[in-house]
Design a protein around this ligand. Structure first.
Ligand SMILES: [Zn+2]
Length: 168
């Protein structure tokens, strides 16, 4: 009997491939640490013949090596890089956050930072460095309304007094 349907199913190989250990990239919180402390060292790496471009053209934000400056500059203009900058804007999740979530302490809104692409070799020579500044966000309207809401403690007492006054 012929096959009832074509055997064209490709399976989940493409999904499994993505989770392979060898295709695992550096985690965002580690990259965040790189940006905070290790940027000077990562921008001026020693020549490593094993790495693409001898480890001279590295994007800290995406944790990838490029073969030459042209490729690196082209990468800075791509969607993957811009998406990564956006993802790095929010402060990484920490152990403290998880403890707060488990009931030790109260929730703290993760801070947003201003992310800029790392300086080029030339800009670096001119003294430009990677810096991660916290953006101070204005309170959200809903929160503002809450904080400005009248407190009822005092007024309630006044109200009570007002009610009592004519009776006595
Ligand atoms: Zn990048």
């Amino acid at each position: 009997m012929p096959y009832a349907r074509k055997k064209m199913h490709s399976g989940d190989t493409h999904l499994r491939r993505r989770w392979r250990l060898r295709s695992r990239k550096r985690d965002l919180d580690l990259i965040d640490k790189d940006l905070q402390t290790g940027s000077d060292q990562l921008l001026n790496q020693d020549v490593d013949l094993e790495k693409p471009g001898f480890a001279q053209f590295y994007c800290i934000h995406c944790a990838t090596y490029y073969i030459n400056d042209r490729a690196l500059q082209d990468h800075f203009r791509t969607k993957v890089h811009k998406r990564r900058l956006k993802a790095l804007e929010v402060e990484p999740y920490t152990v403290e956050d998880s403890l707060r979530a488990a009931g030790q302490g109260s929730f703290v809104q993760p801070q947003k930072r201003k992310m800029e692409t790392q300086p080029s070799k030339q800009e670096y020579a001119e003294g430009k460095r990677v810096k991660v500044d916290v953006v101070i966000e204005e309170e959200k309207p809903a929160k503002q309304n809450l904080s400005k809401a009248p407190k009822y403690d005092g007024k309630f007492k006044q109200l009570l007094d007002g009610l009592k006054a004519p009776a006595t």
